[in-house]
Design a protein around this ligand. Structure first.
Ligand code: NAD
Length: 322
């Protein structure tokens, strides 16, 4: 394998994060059941191979992902990794109130067995009131920051316009990071349009779900995947693109991960992993990346052509008014 993993600055936080980040939602058995021992071995392999950014949420597997990640990280020196978790979204619903998010951070600290969280993110803000996030949630998180429980603050969501709404209304420097998902992958590149704006606001950019939450894999998406059927099955869909790649002897997941990792404006690309093999496979892809080489080779163009009919097709998420 060529070289090691690369690291990039996460906005102005000073955190130097591995370009390949560990998405821990699969540890909550959200894609399929994952045994605890396997989950722990997966996290340890990721650390061993140089991944230093772990993203989780109390929502994933109704706190299971946080519990398992906490167990895995217990034996790892705290300076070896950055930890990102979220607040406001739970198995029982959304609650962005100051009281709930403050309590939530305390619960996460306990489940994760740590004394501080590097990045706390308001989880899927389009499901809440954006004005509440601005006037109540963020100020509550700033208090936790003063107390040393969290180091940096972020927001996550599917519709890109919610980032613009919030960032245009908070003091510069209040929000350090945004996490966008399913908008910088082979089938959807809409995040590219917002990158100049986000860079202007000096926020770090995390891109999650480079495999479009399982759409760009050989096994396909889980049952709960919110994408319209047109994107999941049929003639001109991700499934066809995956088949086309298989016939060329390449996994579409490799191509998709490569695509996201190549973008130098993305500090870290979060991919969900739940086995040692997946970690090794994805780290190998990240190690081979040469960002000078544009993703314009023949297979990429063929896949882009196959995905053209569903290009940038997304789904509605959250409250209508957002
Ligand atoms: P993803 O696109 O990373 O896909 C994950 C799926 O791909 C899993 O089924 C996994 O087993 C599989 N996979 C991983 N490596 C593979 C490989 N080499 N070959 C084939 N299949 C492979 O989607 P995701 O897990 O939803 O997103 C990644 C992470 O980003 C999440 O775990 C979470 O931490 C974060 N995320 C956050 C939000 C949010 O905050 N709103 C939304 C989505 C994702």
């Amino acid at each position: 394998m060529a070289g090691g993993l690369s690291y990039r600055q996460l906005g102005t936080t000073g955190l130097k994060v591995s370009t390949l980040g560990f998405g821990a939602s699969p540890l909550g058995s959200v894609f399929w059941p994952v045994k605890e021992d396997d989950a722990i071995a997966t996290v340890h392999e990721a650390i061993r191979l140089g991944i230093n950014f772990f993203d989780v949420s109390p929502y994933y597997g109704a706190t299971l992902a946080e519990q398992v990640l906490g167990k895995a990280l217990k034996s790892i020196p705290r300076e070896k990794y950055y930890l990102s978790t979220k607040c406001g979204r739970y198995a029982e619903g959304f609650d962005f109130s100051a009281k709930r998010v403050s309590q939530s951070v305390d619960e996460s600290l306990e489940r994760l067995n740590v004394e501080y969280i590097d990045l706390i993110q308001c989880h899927d803000i389009e499901f809440g009131s954006l004005d509440q996030v601005i006037s109540e949630t963020i100020p509550a998180l700033l208090k936790l920051k003063e107390m040393g429980k969290v180091r940096f603050i972020g927001i996550t969501g599917l519709p890109l316009k919610v980032f613009h709404y919030v960032l245009d209304r908070v003091e510069p420097g209040t929000i350090d990071v945004v996490l966008s998902y399913c908008h910088l992958s082979l089938n959807d590149t809409t995040l590219l349009e917002s990158i100049p704006y986000l860079k202007g606001k000096k926020v770090g950019i995390i891109n999650a779900s480079p495999l479009s939450m399982g759409l760009l894999t050989d096994h396909g998406p889980p049952e709960w995947h919110p994408a319209p059927e047109q994107l999941k099955v049929g003639w001109t869909t991700c499934a066809d693109a995956a088949k086309h790649c298989r016939e060329r002897g390449v996994s579409i997941s490799k191509l998709a991960l490569e695509y996201s990792l190549k973008n130098p404006d993305i500090s870290t690309t979060l991919i969900g992993m739940s086995s040692v093999e997946q970690v090794r496979e994805n780290v190998a892809v990240a190690r081979e990346i040469n960002i000078e080489q544009q993703p314009d080779h023949e297979l990429y163009q063929e896949v882009e052509h196959l995905l053209q009919p569903v290009k940038n097709l997304t789904w509605s998420s959250g409250r209508q008014e957002n």
